[in-house]
Ligand binder design. Sequence first.
Ligand code: ADP
Ligand code: MG
Length: 684
Amino acid sequence: MNRIRLLSEQVANQIAAGEVIERPASVVKELVENSLDALAARVTVEIQAGGRSLIRVVDEGAGMSRDDALLCLERHATSKIRRAEDLAAIATMGFRGEALPSIASVSRFTLTTRERDTDSPEGTQIVISGGKILEVKAAGSAPGTSVEVRQLFFNLPARRKFLRSEETESAHIQHYLTLAALAFPEVAFTFQKDGRLLWQLPALQTGQDTAVRLSTLRERLRALHGEEQKLLPVNFSAQLPAAEAPEDDPFSPSTPNSQPSTLFRLWGFIGAPGVSRATREDQRLFVNRRPVENRGLNFALLEGYHTALMKGRYPVCCLFLEIDPAAVDVNIHPSKREVKFHREADVRRLVAQAVRQTLLDFHGGEPKVPPAAPGPMPKVVEPLPLASSGLPVEAGPAAEQTALPNFPHALSPPVAAELSKPATQQPALRMGFRSTPSVQMTEPASSTQPAPRLGPPGELSPITQPASSVVHPAAPVARQPSVGGAVPLLNVPLRLVGVISKLYVVLESDRGLVLLDQHAAHERILFEQMLNRLEQNDQAPSQRLLLPETVELSARDANFLREQLPALTRLGVGLSEFGERTFLLDALPPFVKASEPRRFVLELVDELKAVGQEVNSARLGEQTVAKTVCRHAVKANDPLAGAELENLVEELRHCAMPYTCPHGRPTLIEMNFRELEKKFGRIQ
Ligand code: ADP
Ligand code: MG
C-alpha cells in the first residue's frame, strides 16, 4: 500500500515554482512586482545570458528588517493580505507569499535588504542555494532591497533544458519590463543586459489628473518606442453596476454591497483608425495597473473598432482600466496574468463604448467644416441624406454622463488647431478646398470662386495655380508643426490636385500629400448612409433586379438565412424563400451589383455567422450586412470629375468614421512634408 507523506518544505516550494516560475521573465516579474509593492522610486534590473545565468533586481523601496527578511522566504509569508476576505479586493501586485521561496528553491539566491525607515546602517544578507539557507549575516547596504538570482533551474535540469534561446528569454523579460514601465511612470527604471545599458527611464511626474497622466504615459511610450504611432487619447468614465454576490463565491459575504455601482475608468491611448498590427503584440491592457490578458477585453476592443479595423488585424493600444478591486478577481491564474470580472458583460460593453466613442470623437469632436449649403454644383453621386450624427452608439445607462472630452489641451498642439481654421472661415468655399493654400486665408473675396477645375479625369491634372504659390521646398520645414497625427486629416483644408489610375485622388494639405482611395471612400459613405437609414427606421432604398436569380443553399445555411431575412429586406436586399433551400434574390440597393448572386448571398451568410460567434451586439448583425453589401458597390474605376470628387471628400467629411472603409482599410493616406523630405534625401 502507498503511504501518504507530507512533502518537505523544499519539495513543496519546487512544486510551487513549477507553476509560478515558468522562465527567467517570471522571476523578473515577481521581483519587480515586489519592488513596486514596496513603493520603490527606482528599480534597476540586470540580466545576463537571457536571465539564465543572472537576474538582479535592485530597488530603493521600503526594505525589510532581519526578521522579515527571514520570514519572507517562508511559504505563504506575505505582508500584503491577512484574511481570506482580503483576497476579494487585492490592491497590490503580490498577495500569495509564494514567489520568493519558490525562486530561492530553484536557483542560487541572494537577498540583501535594509529597512528604509530606520537609522541603522546595517542590512541583512541571506544566501540560499536550491532552497537551502547557506548563510544569514549582517551586511552594509543601501536602503532598499536587492535580489540576485543566479543559475535559474540549476537543480532542475529538465526545466533548464526547456528554456529557449538567450534572445527569446531576454525578449520575454523586456516585454514584461515594458509593461511595468508603462504602468508605473513615476518609477525610474534601469535595464541592463549583458553589461550593456538598454534603458534608463527617468521617474516622471504624475498625479490624479487624467490629462497629466496621459501626457506622462505618452512620454513613457515615446521613451520606450521612439517614433510615435498615431495614437488617440482615451478618457472615459462611467458607473459600473455593482457585482451581484454569487452564492458560490466564498469571498462575497464581505463584499460591501450597499453601493449600487462603482466607478469604472478607462484611459490611455488607442491607435487612430488605420493603425493596427497583425498580432496582439502592441495591445496592452492593464487592470488596476496589472498587465492582463482577458478574452472579454480583447473582444471589446475589436467590437469598439469594428469597421475601423481590417479583418485579421489587431488594435494597438495602451489602456488602463481602473475599477473597484472588489469587482475583479486576480486570483485565478498562477502568474496572475488573467483576471476575471464579476460583471464581465458590463465591463465589455463599457470598454467597447469607450473605444468607439474615442474613434468617433477623433473625427467628430474637433471643429469641422460646416455642412455645405446646397451648392451650385450638381451632385452626380445621388446621395442619400447623410445624418451628421455618428454611427449608432449603444445606449447604455452610462452613455449620457460619459460624453468624452476632446483631446486634452496638453496633447493638442495649438498650431494644429489653427490649421483647421481657414476652412471654417470660408463658408462659401465648399468642402474646405482652397485653390491656393496661402492666398485664401487672407483674402475672403476669393472664397467665392468655384472650386478648382480639373482636367479630364484619369490623368494627373495639373495644379491650377501659379507655380510660384506651389508649396516650395524651403518653407515646409518651418511651417510644419509636429502634429504627430493629432489633428485629423479631414479637419484640415484639402486641395484637389488630380486623379491617378482612375482610382486614387491626389490632394494636398498644409501638411503634405494626401491620397484618397475613391472606392474605399465611396464604400464608407454608402455604409454610413445605410446605417443612418436604419437608425431612422427607414427602409434602405432598393432596386428591383431585371432578372431575379435563385440561389440554393445547404440546409444549414438556409435555416440560418431564413432568420436574417427581415433585416436583409430592411437593408434593401430583396431575398425571399423560394422552396426549401432555395431563395429568390430580386432586389439590391442601388450601386450594388451582384454579378454572382450565389457568392454574394453566401458571403452574407458567412459574415453574419462570423459575427454571431465573435460578438454579442445586436447592432453588429445589421452593420455586417451593410458592410458586405457595400463591398459590392460599383464605383471603383468610374471616372469622377472635379465637382464629384469634391462631393466625395465632403461626404466623407460628414461620415462618423471616415478614415477607413467598412472593412477597416484606409480611405486616406497621408505623407507629410517630413516624410517627403526624407524620401528625397533633404533631411536624414
Ligand atoms: P507576495 O509578494 O505575494 O507577498 P513574495 O514571496 O513575493 O510574496 O514576497 C514575500 C514578502 O516579502 C512580501 O509580502 C513583502 O513583505 C516582502 N518583500 C519581498 N520583496 C520585497 C522588496 N523588494 N522590498 C520590500 N519587501 C519585500
Ligand atoms: Mg511578490
